[in-house]
Design a protein around this ligand. Structure first.
Ligand code: PXP
Length: 247
């Protein structure tokens, strides 16, 4: 999902459209319809996380999205045998490997590629043999980036959650600096750099402005605004914030 020039591509995560549907085990709202609207409003890609517990996105959703997404489909998943099998059947445009814990509300931290080298390497190898580029969702930590490179990942998605959670101005500056340093470190290793988690309309600008960030994956803040103002407006406003930060 490499962006035009220096403007990062916007990957819209539609998981929480499915969260609303699953709250009533109803047929609507459909994340597939949301993906169509997001693309019409300027999304460069659609992201979904097929979780082991199927709490929001279902197998049917990824199958239909694979056939209907006109931009690019980014499948977030754990590095398990089941998910690798699904991804190899589905052939998304890219996979982003994420850690997964059953009790968490959302993905809590980056992958520990250093400790889980073998399982991560096996998933990367299998997916690459199937022609699927693989990105690793990691904290802005040089050791994780070095390990990602050693394992042959196509790139990384840098976890922006700590930056987004920071409130105290010096902390915000420090955490943004970690994301910026991690981006240049990863680019120096030849990795493509994506970023995401916790990004919203207020905090996205400084991350979008980091040179070399090719893609931003954003879900909750867009879907939350969409409930009130509509999805097309919510996506277009986010795309506008990203553009404004760069131009
Ligand atoms: N990137 C990754 C790897 C994620 O796991 C998530 C959450 O599913 C996101 C981005 C999007 O995070 P948010 O919903 O906070 O925008």
């Amino acid at each position: 999902m490499t962006g035009m020039g220096r403007i990062p591509a916007l990957g819209v995560n539609v998981d929480h459209v499915a969260t609303v549907r699953q709250a009533r085990r109803a047929p609507v709202p459909d994340p597939v319809a949301a993906a169509v609207l997001a693309e019409l409003a300027g999304a460069d890609g659609i992201t979904v996380h097929l979780r082991e517990d199927r709490r929001h996105i279902q197998d049917r959703d990824v199958e239909v999205l694979r056939r209907t997404v006109k931009t690019r489909l980014n499948l977030e998943m754990a590095a398990t045998d089941e998910m690798v099998r699904i991804a190899l059947e589905l052939r998304p445009d890219q996979v982003t490997l994420v850690p997964e814990k059953r009790a968490e509300l959302t993905t809590e931290g980056g992958l520990d590629v250093v400790r889980e080298r073998a399982a991560t390497a096996a998933a990367i190898r299998a997916l690459h043999e199937g022609g699927v580029p693989v990105f690793l969702f990691v904290d802005p930590d040089p050791a994780q980036l070095d390990a990602s490179r050693e394992l042959g990942a196509s790139g990384v998605e840098i976890h922006t959650g700590t930056y987004c959670d920071a409130r105290e101005p010096t902390l915000v500056v420090r955490e943004l600096g970690r994301v910026r340093d991690a981006t240049s470190h990863a680019l120096g290793l030849g990795l493509e750099v994506h970023a995401g988690h916790g990004l919203d309309y207020q905090n996205v600008g400084p991350v979008a402005a980091i040179p070399g960030v090719a893609e931003l994956n954003i879900g909750h803040s867009i879907v939350a605004r969409a409930v009130l103002v509509g999805l097309e407006r919510a996506v277009a406003e986010m795309a506008g914030r990203i553009r404004a930060a760069v131009l």
